[in-house]
Design a protein around this ligand. Sequence first.
Ligand code: ADP
Ligand code: LRH
Length: 476
Amino acid sequence: NGVAHLAAVDLGASSGRVMLGRVEAGRLTLTEAHRFPNEPVRAGGRLHWDVLGLWRGVLDGLRAAGPVTSIGIDSWAVDYGLLDASGALLGNPVHYRDARTDGVAERVAKQLGEERLYTTTGLQQLPFNTVYQLVAAVGTPQLDAADRLLLIPDLIAYWLTGELGAEITNASTTQLYDVRRRAWAVDLMTDAGIRSDLFPPLREPGSRIGPVLADLALPGEPDVVAVGSHDTASAVVGVPAAGENFAYISCGTWSLVGLELDAPVLTEASRRANFTNESGVDGTIRYLRNVMGLWLLQESLRTWGATDLPDLLLRAAREPAFRSVVDPDDPAFLPPGDMPARIADACRRAGEPVPASPAATVRCIVDSLALAHRRAVRQAQQLSGRHVDVLHVVGGGARNELLCQLTADACGLPVLAGPVEATAFGNILVQARAAGILDGDLTALRAVLRQTQHIVRYEPRGHEAAWRAAEDRMGG
Ligand code: ADP
Ligand code: LRH
């Protein structure tokens, strides 16, 4: 009857959701079938993901979604589960914010060479890249016993279908993937002391993974289809851009700030600025920087036991601008903990006034994030030679009016905010094209979103000199 139902499983660092997409006559609507919290668990001195809790949420969501033709899965990057030779999961996946990688990146980068790492993989140095997690685990009984490594969305796909594979957009975040050859970087693995036989064959977004196992008894006997399984890859597909000259911020737990390019930028200047070249859908490159993002706010709310974010943001909007600014990318902010205290410390160290209330702390976070967005948007343009005239903000942060307006002001660009669920949209769009229900390139897929999604526009209000002065105070 011309109506297709497709399910997107989207596991974010703060919540997981199963979204039901309905495609009819070139229009796409999305409804939430199920949402569940994603709360890390500390056990035996390690921070873990509750992967079985997430799996239960996925199954509950897929049952609630009803019969679908296909299912696509995406999640946060870099983390993995290990399987033994019988396919059993060995232990609980470790969270990328766990301390086991402390100091490892520096050591490995020195051993392998920072330039070689960058020109091979194109990846920014983040302490938790998969390569560093694996080097930290070398010699452990668990890694010795492992037969296969599956990144989180590939693990969920394995449990749904029994098929092993590694989808390329997420494989590209391991720092063990050759961005130009589009293949596993086997030499790097060997030189880092990591067994290359752990890694399953690569698969492309849009390829069919397999039918859902019958014993799961999901409605509609769906297939699982590979999508941009890195959530940021799907989010970028879900950016409702009209042309090429746009920048984006996928704004959730992280702010992923950058451009969509046709080819990686592997220059020395790009490496020094710590810009990443992650592989995207249709051979594109996500040229971006990780900015610490709304994690700063999430951890502050957790510390305060506060729940009313909209009210806090209203109060923050009435606080004076730029009273205190910090560099959000300070590594001190990476691990879980008392974020307001760390922000106060950072202010003290930099000679900035210490925020005296939760509203003042929130204002400091939002001002500082807007400044970090400005820095990254400008650097991305300089380093790539691509000029942009509009900035799309997608993800949960698109609901943060203060952040969107200040980001427009800081960047001197109009901000187009929404959709909040860009990742699920990008996931569904790639499935719909694989099923032959939609066709065309990314611009054509994005046109479907522009027809149906409510996008809020924020105009930049000027004050360039004040933003420049605040950026100087942020340092970094
Ligand atoms: P992730 O995929 O990393 O889990 P999301 O894209 O779901 O993240 O975004 C979550 C963030 O969205 C929250 O940390 C919060 O800051 C922001 N957010 C959610 N709801 C609102 C709201 N009503 N107003 C402002 N911000 C919101
Ligand atoms: C966002 C994200 C980001 C990665 C981080 C680990 O959810 O996938 O792109 O850098 O998580």
